[in-house]
Design a protein. Sequence first.
Lengths: 313, 328, 502
Amino acid sequence: MKHFVSALALTAALAAPAFAQDTKVIGVSIPAATHGWAGGMNYFAKTTVERLEATYPQLDFVLATASDPAKQVNDIEDMLATRKIDALVVLPFESEPLTGPVQNVRNAGAWVTVVDRGLAVPGIENLYVAGDNPGFGRVSGEYMASKMTSGGKIVVLRGIPTTIDNERVAGFQSAIEGKNIEVLGMEHGNWNRDTSFTVMQDFLSKHPQIDAVWASDDDMAVGVLAAIEAAGRKDIQFVLGGAGMKEMIKRTMDGDAMIPANVTYPPSMIATAIEITAVGMVSAAPVSGNFIIGSVLVTPENASTYYYPDSPF
Amino acid sequence: MSDIAKPPRQIQMGVIGPILALVILVAMGAAMNPNFLGWDNITNVLARSAFIGIIAVGMTFVITAGGLDLSVGSMAAFVAGLMILVMNKALPTMGVGVPVVLLGMAVALGAGLVAGLVNGLLITRLGIEAFIVTLGSMGIYRSLVTWLADGGTLSLDFGLRTFYQPVYYGGLFGISWPIIVFAVVVVLGEILMRSTAFGRHCAAIGSNDQVARYSSVRVARVRLLTYVMLGVLVGVATIMYVPRLGSASSATGLLWELEAIAAVIIGGTVLKGGFGRVWGTVIGVLILTLIGNILNLTDFVSPYLNGAIQGAIIVLAVVLQRESKPGH
Amino acid sequence: MTTPVLALSGVSRSFGPIEVLHGVDITLHPGRVHALIGENGAGKSTTMKILAGYQPASSGVILLDGQPVTLSSMGDAEARGISMIHQEFNLAEQLTVEQNIFLGRELKRGPFLDKPAMQATTRDLLARLDCHAAPDRVVSSLSNSDKQMVEIAKALLRDTRVLVMDEPTAVLTQTETAVLMAQVRVLRDQGTAVLFTSHKLDEVKAIADDLTIMRDGAVVWTGPASDLDEHQMAEAMVGREVSDLYPPKSTTVGEVVLQVSGLSVPGFAEDISFTLRKGEILGIAGLIGSGRTETFEGLAGLRPAKGAVRIKGRPVTIRHPWQALDHGLCYLTEDRKTRGLLLQKGMRDNLTLQALHKFSQVFLNKSAEDAALDQAIADFDIRGSRSVIVGNLSGGNQQKLLFAKTMLSDPDIIVIDEPTRGIDIGTKQQMYGFIRRLAEQGRAIVVISSEMQEVIGLSDRVLVMRRGRIAGELTGDAASEDAIVRLAMGVGQAATPDKEFV
């Protein structure tokens, strides 16, 4: 009711132009905040939508979060049927189940922006905004190799078994090839603190000498660090996480030797995608194509640039 | 208290089945990695069993009395989140110290008690199926913690966490607190189940609640108490959990309810109620934790197959004790 | 005489080291009704289960049409034309009559169920049995006798040549029993061999052609049923002379301990008022469905009820069974298997369940519990291994255990619903003795029973219920079967002049 009233007030205030122009509706469909990175992504989606609604009165946004692929499919179908969206920004929960529904949106004549996870069939989307997963792995691997010039023994914690995880690990492995770095073991920590804690405890029991850990994600790095601290092991020189959680960036910024660096995989890419899509809706500027957000190495020198204290991630 | 001469007992697979499965697992682990039986690994395994273990002891009573609670995992996440929020809020006025930790503990126990009470009252007073009530509260608590954390992670103030940490990592005589608390809960639970009227009443209600009612047992009150007890134990587990990583998020306690239920059943408690044993639940929890531990310690199977191995061992442990379920 | 269709020859059966059947011979002929009688625990059930393929024999031979066979399972026995009907029916309560009859052998037309054909056959089968239940009624809504008919119809569909029935009349009213007997005669005349057990010797006398009497796992008498009268049957079963079944009645009763006025149990009973005195046995008679059980469940806090109740002169409120027990009132259910005893548990856990507080301060005193069990076994003559689960005890021993369990909580007012349902004559006599002894100890007792002989023989005073109300009160010689039936059916004069009847 409150929204309705404020919408009326807004219409009255902007009377003439609002009626003259067609209001365009942009649907945003993203997975719910089930882990830290997704939480950050949700935060950026919400703040961006609020900001753009204020900036462009002729744009209307519908934001839906889904806790599983089936719910996301329903959300998208509802947006098309009941809100008649002109554009869809979607971060697919999984590629396969969402390909069909997103294709339908495109066939209905709406603009489609796909974020982060590609669809199973290429060419459906008008705009593709994504992080660089192989690059994420490569940057991490190169950093490891540069820190351990004389080689060393490392363990790796992987995420939930997905294409994203596979691409990152493949990028990492090719980057450390021939650099005399021995991977003692790889296990799935599932981007989860508790699981990573347990996995790391077992790595520590199994291997008497570990030089460094590629935790590949900052949530997992939290668990890894707690396990190392509890075991009182001094052999591990550093832990490399990833994705740029604010607490971890802060530690790098403060010069913590255990967290000497981070590799970005910004959850704010959803903001980029929504913003570009909005620009496409309100102007004639060409915005279709692929937009790959590179993974950047964060070091104590540049850390302050990547520190967002207000973000939940 | 002494038992007078009992009729001679045959060896029952129901009794030795889970123990046998545990022994096989330990033997496998020891054969595959020499560090397996090391002090560090043993304490690691016991300490990480403690959360699920403490909850599973409470779950044993609920299931024995013919109930079920699917909400414990998200309840733990919610209680952890609430506890962190309260402690962070109280920090400026109380400062880092024992009082603020005690406050946190009281919040955890209180929240667990209230959560259990709500589940129990809905089930016993309104007569709604336990499955439905706790499925509902599972969703509610999970959403509440996501909301409290604004989609992200709730972290305990760093200084406070360092102060509170010994509750997980510290201990007595080299045995960490979670293990000690787990052991105490198990011993008390075993006594409660075996040697008190409450335990006997739980088994009677789960066996046939009509008979219990006709026998003047206060069925609703006993049922309610099992849920309240489980809620309080979730609070106890959370008290141990929070100092470990100092954080709670919507991913905290994910699937704990299923692990706790699986542990209870592996241990020989009957899923539809009527018979329960706390020591069996301990074996069940250890089996579940050990599977993960052994798979991490060896490179024997692809990590993709971890779930399959776990599933197979859970089924095997139950098959091993199939023969002597009461009433064939 | 015809060739036997099914026979056991020298069959024994052991459970572990204990032999429970010793060389049993029994012969069933087509077109004849064979009664198998004996006390609880005499081996009747085991014999029947071996005949119907539920359990294998440990030694001995099963002869089908004169040929030795092995019945590997009940399915195997059924395929050979032998069906068994249990005392507790084996029906899917939520399915319809037709679905139950065709369960597992549904008729199909192509991939679909042929409902019209199944309905027609069901109607046909039920008509043969003179039963009028509609094929699409849900079984849970049927009366016990109709359920029995569905079971029989199910057996008929399977071309049954031998029908084994375990106490078919135990849960039936007298009218229902008469219907069943007529139908058994129809089956017999169609050439089916029928074997049944019963504790009601008048029934046996009325319908059986052949008779086998068992005692302690062995056959003690077999021959034409016409050779023995009921008294001789009872003596052969018990192995001693059965004289007076009922103990002498008491001469003195004490003060009023229970005073009920205007008790109503919504939907079942209304305006129930009566008094009960110390040392008195009050019988409650009436047809099944007249609200007897519900009235006293309401009194005991097991159902919602309204009305004024005074115990020993003090007004009391009873909303839960445990409150009833606090006031010394205890209701012993008629349904010992689903409401009285935990069938999966041992004797000790069952015995002390109601009085557990007596055995626990903080911890349970298990040795005291064991001592209580010893005492109960001695006092109530409970037979059976202490390690066995209660579900495996015979009906009589279960009833004695239920009795012992109730007495352990030491109630002053005891309501006993159907004290002797499904138990043998020897145990019945014992039960009557126990009940009378309790009255002599100064307890006040209510006995609800469908067996009129029992109500008359045991009670000092009889209340007859009809349609949820008290139809009348009978004392002394006025309590005759005839008078009870008149009141229960609502015909003839009431014995108490202050009540009116339609």
